[in-house]
Design a binder for this molecule. Structure first.
Ligand code: NAG
Ligand code: NAG
Ligand code: NAG
Ligand code: NAG
Ligand code: NAG
Ligand code: NAG
Ligand code: NAG
Length: 778
């Protein structure tokens, strides 16, 4: 199963799934502790487990269907009936166990089976693979303006705001009445579009919301409706392609014009689940329908465990979407900043990490000593200064700890990730206010702003240390709050890599850098269902048509929207070309002209508030749509390159058949291994016996006029880099040129499992085509 990618609802188990070097053991223990303490488990998850463990995804080679079966469905039903002896009740009962059939991104079906039955079915003629169903979780925790999209600057008008491009969103459903889905001024959807709305009043769909289908009911039971009962899907969809809406905001915060990244692109929602997350069986059903309906882009703000691609049904299905020319963006996960935490890591996926934007919601905590600590809050009652109130520190802020005799009339300091819930409990117990300290030091100074219901704010770790020092220094610590209820933009360094954003290296293929790019994912305003509480908590009575959320869930649709703008301008580009354009033009400097910083580094080690973010956190950098429209050169790749890549991982014929049902095995591979895939980033792995790595890349010219490029290299002193040739002369559009890079490690003795960073950049006066390079010593 897979989950949405917001920070307050992150899954907690990912870090245990992969094997890591010993030296990181301590870090992972810390991470797990953090998660179990600070991140609430999604509701009802356990109730669903027994049932979901019985869902299997069966891949079949449709070319092998015996002619006696009229349709693939008949064949599948017979397959199940034959191999499940208990199912003696005839085809109706067997058909009832089949949840979905797939015929576009993969061929096969999802079915409820016992483990024994699944083993038998896996041996049936024509079956290429059987995968046990998995769960994926939402990755939630400013934005088009911040990434450089602005009416005045021409990009939106140059791309006609992405008009007509269709983005399929696989998520928790949609709130069709939201003003962000108003189609005023939009022409009809293109005639080749095969999608539509099912289970919603026809008049709720329009030229903006051009499709809405539900794939969650088959598993979850209940009536089928693509309506969003969670909020996540509505938020994500409007982030990618919401229409322009004036005077949007959450209460008095972030007021202004809300619009998606591609405000005239069209949205098709494929609902895959509710607040628990989505099963891979339902996600694939949604993707299958989306590709068949004719979407251009798919956005998936869900994450699960990184596993080998042949066992990763989402990797297999996204491979199918890529083969059909559909660009797929996925959330990289919220399990940062520990290494090896990034998820959705196949090379045909565009994996998106979360950046912080230049917008803050400041609130003050004035200590009895007079010191003012500035935190963030979405609390709505203005106050210049509340009365000085006694402070009390609690390590746990659950219902039991927040008893009235401890908290009555006090300001409680909590180590808390989901502060709104703690605040409500505290309010019931008579507390006067809450200071939420964001996680532990690993979260650094990135602060998720929360809509508290009582006087409260969130402090970053470095501010919390000052609070602790004060509380330890006096017998009766007191503090007061100041709430200006303002939204401050343009004053902080941005973008930054947010602490919770999952990090490389890639645990499945360390020689492929993930995430690919950063996009805004902290405190993002977007549409919200008008009858869902703003905190998603049942006891919260507050409602709003717009809400502020954080997570790689929010970053992913930004990348999908940028892809829609590129697709509008360059209709014939492959998904790899679109990703390349985003990556090679991404920003590595922030609004102060210095390196993008990482909020997730351990402050004590760094002994500084800011430390440069590495490509393990940012990938190629923060997306710059304006530049991505005109990258000059791109690194292209297609299904054959990806199959060669899988062959370089030494996949067996059986494993390969999950991707290519008819294959007889590998005929070619990538000389030099997986690092030699024609990807816009480099990972160079040295080990005890390998001191020299030679990699090749092929670039395709996409700029019209003749151009000459020279290479610029940055590398640590212990690596000598030679690029051949060092100058490339391009004449024709679509012309391809190859270059070779030799990386020679001259490190006398390098610490095992250490990383260094650099870049390779092809430049002239008009274009800069930059690739990050990660050096690893094993
Ligand atoms: C590096 O570390 C790995 C895992 O910790 C170990 O298997 C390997 O032998 C080490 N290599 C060297 C050269 O020390
Ligand atoms: C046959 O179907 C009935 C009704 O659906 C069910 O109660 C019964 O358990 C089934 N028998 C078997 C052997 O599956
Ligand atoms: C959509 O927007 C237009 C123009 O702003 C407005 O006139 C119309 O009432 C809106 N439609 C709905 C259903 O809100
Ligand atoms: C918060 O503190 C800052 C710095 O001391 C001050 O400029 C600002 O006015 C304060 N805001 C409120 C609402 O108290
Ligand atoms: C580290 O930070 C402390 C406290 O700010 C400072 O006193 C010390 O000089 C710093 N050390 C280094 C090496 O920068
Ligand atoms: C694949 O097999 C070759 C030859 O045995 C080996 O050199 C290479 O390291 C293997 N690659 C991977 C990714 O396991
Ligand atoms: C070093 O890397 C090369 C190339 O990837 C691989 O073939 C070899 O097995 C590795 N050696 C060790 C000791 O890991």
């Amino acid at each position: 199963m897979h989950s949405y990618t917001t920070s307050s609802h992150t899954s907690s188990t990912m870090s245990s799934a992969t094997s890591k070097p010993l030296q990181y053991l301590a870090l992972f223990l810390l991470a797990q502790l953090t998660h179990s303490v600070f991140i609430p488990k999604p509701k009802n998850r356990d109730e669903h487990k027994p049932q979901l463990s019985n869902t299997y995804i069966v891949q079949a080679n449709h070319h092998l269907k015996p002619s006696r079966f009229a349709t693939l469905e008949h064949w599948y039903i017979s397959m199940v009936a034959t191999h499940t002896p208990r199912a003696t009740n005839g085809t109706a009962a067997v058909a009832g166990r089949i949840l979905y059939t797939y015929d576009t991104v993969i061929h096969g079906f999802a079915v409820r089976l016992t483990a024994d039955e699944s083993r038998r079915v896996s041996r049936a003629p024509g079956v290429t693979a059987v995968h046990e169903g998995k769960m994926y979780y939402p990755q939630t925790t400013r934005s088009p303006g911040f990434i450089g999209l602005d009416r005045e600057y021409g990009l939106w008008s140059d791309t006609d705001f992405g008009d007509g491009v269709i983005i399929g969103v696989i998520d928790s459903g949609i709130w069709p009445e939201s003003p962000s889905f108003n189609d005023s001024g939009l022409g009809p959807v293109r005639r080749s579009w095969k999608g539509g709305c099912v289970g919603l009043d026809a008049n709720l769909c329009n030229n903006k919301l051009v499709g809405a289908k539900d794939f969650s009911a088959a598993e979850d039971g209940g009536p089928s409706s693509p309506r969003d009962g969670v909020g996540h899907g509505t938020h994500v969809a409007s982030t990618a392609a919401g229409s322009e809406v004036h005077d949007a905001g959450l209460f008095m915060f972030a007021q202004g014009t809300a619009r998606g990244v591609a405000p005239k692109a069209r949205i098709a929602m494929y609902k895959c689940g509710g607040d628990v997350g989505c099963s891979d069986a339902a996600i694939i059903a949604g993707m299958d329908a989306a590709v068949r309906d004719g979407v251009d882009i798919i956005s998936i703000s869900l994450g699960g465990f990184p596993v080998p691609f042949y066992d990763d049904s989402l990797a297999i299905a996204t491979f199918g979407a890529e083969r059909e020319g559909v660009f797929v963006a996925l959330a990289g996960g919220n399990d940062g900043p520990v290494p090896y935490s990034v998820t959705n890591v196949a090379p045909w996926m565009t994996t998106v990490g979360a950046g912080a934007v230049d917008r803050l919601f400041p609130a003050n905590l004035t200590l009895g000593s007079g010191e003012v600590l500035i935190g963030q809050s979405l609390y709505t009652k203005k106050a210049t200064r509340t009365t000085m109130t006694p402070l009390v520190f609690l390590t746990s802020c659950d219902e039991e700890s927040l008893s009235p005799d401890v908290v009555m009339g006090k300001v409680v300091v909590c180590l808390q990730f989901d502060g709104v819930y703690a605040g409500m409990l505290l309010q019931n117990a008579g507390g006067a206010g809450l200071v939420a300290v964001q996680g532990d030091e690993w979260h650094g100074d990135g602060v998720v702003a929360e809509a508290f219901s009582l006087p409260a704010l969130t402090l970053s770790y470095s501010k919390a240390e000052k609070l602790r020092d004060y509380m330890e220094s006096v017998a009766n610590p007191v503090a007061s709050f100041g709430f200006a209820c303002e939204t401050v933009t343009g004053e902080n360094r941005a973008p930054t890599a947010v602490g919770f954003s999952s990090r490389g290296p890639n645990s499945v293929v360390p020689e492929l850098l993930k995430p690919d790019v950063l996009a805004p994912g902290l405190n993002i305003l977007a549409a919200w269902p008008s009858d869902i509480p703003v905190s998603m908590l049942d006891l919260d009575t507050r409602r709003s048509d717009y809400n502020i959320m954080s997570g790689t869930s929010m970053a992913c649709p930004h990348a999908a929207g940028v892809a829609a703008l590129i697709k509008k301008r360059h209709g014939d580009w492959t998904p790899a070309m679109i990703r390349s354009a985003m990556m090679t033009t991404a920003a590595t400097l922030d609004n102060s002209g210095r390196d993008i910083t990482d909020q997730g580094v351990q402050l004590r080690v760094a002994n500084a508030t800011f430390t440069s973010a590495t490509p393990l956190a940012t990938g190629a950098g923060h997306v710059r749509p304006q530049l991505a429209m005109d990258p000059g050169l791109v690194y292209n790749a297609g299904a054959k390159d990806y199959v060669d890549f899988l062959c370089s991982l030494n996949y067996t014929v059986e494993q390969l058949r999950a991707f290519v049902p008819d294959t007889a095995g590998c005929t070619t591979t990538l000389s030099g291994g997986p690092a030699n895939l024609n990807y816009p980033s480099f990972v160079v792995a040295f080990n005890g016996s390998t001191h020299v790595r030679t990699l090749t890349r092929t670039m395709t010219k996409v700029y019209e006029k003749p151009e000459t490029y020279s290479v610029t290299v940055s590398a640590p002193a212990e690596v000598k880099v030679t690029v051949m040739p060092a100058t490339l002369v391009f004449k024709e559009k679509n012309e391809k040129k190859r270059y070779t890079v030799e990386f020679r490690s001259v490190a006398r003795r390098h610490v095992n499992q250490s990383w260094e960073f650099g870049h390779i950049s092809w430049e002239n006066r008009k274009h800069q085509v930059r690739s990050p390079v990660v050096f690893m010593w094993n």
